[in-house]
Each structure stands twice: as C-alpha cells, then as structure tokens.
Design a protein around this ligand. Structure first.
Ligand SMILES: Nc1ccn([C@@H]2O[C@H](COP(=O)(O)OP(=O)(O)OP(=O)(O)O)[C@@H](O)[C@H]2O)c(=O)n1
Ligand SMILES: C[C@](O)(CO)[C@H](O)COP(=O)(O)O
Length: 256
C-alpha cells in the first residue's frame, strides 16, 4: 500500500436508542469507555495511522487521554452519521492525497478484531474501488406488512450485513459522498455512496461479533464478546505459542 492510512471514526451520535444518561460511546464497557476500547483496537492494528475523530461540537464527555494515536485531530460532527464523515474528510483535506486509503469505523463497534482489521486492509489495499467488512445473512428473512404481520419470506441468498470499517480512496469517497448527498441518496454507510457512483465495493467476510452497540442489551453482549475474545487469545498463545508469535511478527512487519 502506498500513501497514508487514515482512520475516520464517527463518534458524534447521541445514542438515542440506548436511552442512557450520556452518548453510548462514553458508557463503560469492561471498565473503559466504549470510545477508548474502539480506539485501542484500531491502534493495535494500525499504530502509525492518522486518526480523525468526529465529535459533537457540544460534547462534554470526551477526554483526549483516551486517544492512543500520535497523529490525530478532531472534526465537528454533523446532524447524521454521513455528515460527520463528510466533515472528517474536509478536516483532513489539507493533508490527504487523492489515493490515500481511508477506513471509516463506527465508534460503536468496539469488538472489531485486529485480525479482521488487518484482513480488510490487505484485501482492499490494491483494490481499485475499496470495500467493507460484512457478514452473510444467516437467518430466514421476513418482510412485514406494516402492521406487525409477515407479508413475505425473502431469499437470503446473496444478502450481507454491512459492518465497519469500510475503506475507500480519499478522492473517490469524498466525491461519492458529495454526489450522493446532492442527489438525495440515503447514505447509511460509505459503501452506499460509492455504489450510487456506479462502483461495486468488495465484500470482505468479517466476524459476526463485530456488533454495533445500539440498544442496552448490546452493551452486555459486547462485554461478553470482549471477554470471549480475550479467553480465545490466551488459549491460542498457550496451545500454539510459536504460531501466535509468528502471527504477531507478520502483522508488525506488514502494517505497523
Ligand atoms: N450525527 C451522527 C450520528 C452518528 N454518528 C456515529 O455513527 C455511528 C453509528 O451511528 P449509530 O449507531 O446510529 O449511533 P447514534 O446516532 O449515537 O445512535 P442513535 O441512532 O440510537 O441515536 C456511531 O459511531 C455514532 O457515534 C456520528 O458520528 N454522527
Ligand atoms: C454504518 C453501519 O454501521 C453499517 O452497518 C450502519 O449503517 C450505521 O447505521 P445507523 O442506523 O446509523 O446505526
């Protein structure tokens, strides 16, 4: 990969569906704010990346001590997630090159693994379009009739859940978001804007436990996921100490 790697982390949401006394990114998750956990995972995978954090201009909870990156800046969040991402792309404009890769990752997804982050980057590093982590739909899909009853059962063939990070070249992403917003396209993730511009982002199969904390029960699930991931990592290094060390070595050579 040539150029710089940028991480854009939209963290300006209000967490209305969580219904807590503060935005969900500031709720404690296994003893640390969600925001600190998410940034720690990103930093573990990409310690040299440049970070742009989108924060609500009226945010009264943020503490810069939670940011482990040496090179980081903040951008004012907007009304919707997409507005926050656009604001971040504007904030990095003076230093970002057209071909720099930008990974956008929700602050509300603290369980993303280093392995998935690194696999995504290596899958899209030389891809002309870019792509996203995603998980195949695994349940039978129903469409409702608007009154709480099933209208139809939809085929799940070829359906995926869009996760984050989603990674694209700076120039392509900025243009695609601008055009999609101007055309009134519903932009719920970066890929939808890139699709509207006529491209097909690459789907990179990611772990289903990269959940987005949205509702109160998700916080409990996320805590269980983090502790299961920790136990699995400990078991792996106990059972396969050499493979584990080799894996770490490869990561550091390629991406750190
Ligand atoms: N104006 C906004 C809205 C959302 N986000 C961020 O986008 C991600 C996904 O959004 P979501 O899960 O919907 O978060 P909230 O908007 O906080 O939640 P809610 O919709 O329940 O209010 C989160 O990391 C959130 O902080 C943002 O940066 N700016
Ligand atoms: C970007 C995203 O996390 C991909 O699944 C999702 O679209 C965000 O949606 P939300 O409605 O803003 O939570």
């Amino acid at each position: 990969m040539s150029g710089h790697l940028w991480l854009v982390v939209p963290a300006a949401g209000q967490g209305r569906r969580m219904g807590a006394d503060r935005p969900k990114q500031y709720l404690p998750l296994a003893g640390q704010p969600v925001l600190a956990r998410t940034l720690a995972r990103l930093h573990e995978a990409f310690p040299e990346a440049r970070l742009c954090l989108c924060l609500d201009p009226d945010d009264g909870h943020f503490d810069p001590a939670w940011v482990p990156f040496a090179d980081w800046r903040r951008a004012p969040g907007g009304a919707e997630r997409v507005d926050s991402v656009v604001s971040a792309l504007e904030a990095i404009a003076p230093d970002a090159a057209e071909d720099d890769l930008v990974l956008v990752h929700d602050v509300a997804r603290p369980c993303v693994t280093v392995d998935d982050l690194v696999r995504l980057l290596s899958a899209i590093a030389d891809d002309p379009v870019g792509g996203l982590l995603a998980a195949r739909a695994a349940d039978t899909m129903k469409r409702d009739d608007g009154a709480g009853r099933v209208r139809t059962t939809e085929s799940r063939e070829g359906l995926w859940h869009a996760l984050t990070p989603q990674g694209f070249r700076y120039g392509l992403l900025r243009r695609a978001l601008g055009e999609a917003l101007a055309a009134g396209v519903a932009v719920t993730d970066e890929a939808s804007a890139v699709e509207a511009a006529g491209h097909s982002p690459r789907l990179v199969s990611g772990r289903r436990d990269n959940l987005k904390i949205t509702h109160p029960e998700d916080l409990i699930l996320a805590e269980l996921v983090l502790s299961a991931q920790e136990l699995a990592a400990q078991a792996t290094s106990r059972i396969y100490p050499e493979a584990s060390a080799r894996h770490e070595g490869n990561l550091s050579r390629e991406y750190k």
